[in-house]
Design a protein around this ligand. Structure first.
Ligand SMILES: [Zn+2]
Length: 85
């Protein structure tokens, strides 16, 4: 008896050597390409992924010490704990 349920390629029924929770549906041959690549050029895909990884298009606080300073000030003002503690 198998401890882990195996899954099979939805096209060729070839058993996939991965556990069912991995989300795989196809073997290497039938695995669809990254769906984005059907609609966009490689450069656009790379750029979109890069943007997603950054989760921001301006770098946030890391690129803007002034913004971090301002945000810190606002947070400090809103705090009820006072300047000490
Ligand atoms: Zn297959």
């Amino acid at each position: 008896m198998q401890a882990v349920k195996t899954i099979h390629c939805r096209k060729c029924k070839k058993p996939l050597d991965v556990p069912y929770w991995s989300g795989r549906e196809f073997c290497d041959v039938h695995r669809p390409a990254n769906p984005y690549k059907r609609r966009y050029t490689d450069e656009q895909v790379v750029e979109a992924m890069r943007r997603g990884g950054r989760n921001s298009n301006n770098g946030g606080f890391a690129n803007n010490p002034q913004l971090a300073r301002e945000a810190g000030r606002k947070g400090g003002m809103a705090s009820r704990r006072g300047p000490k503690v």
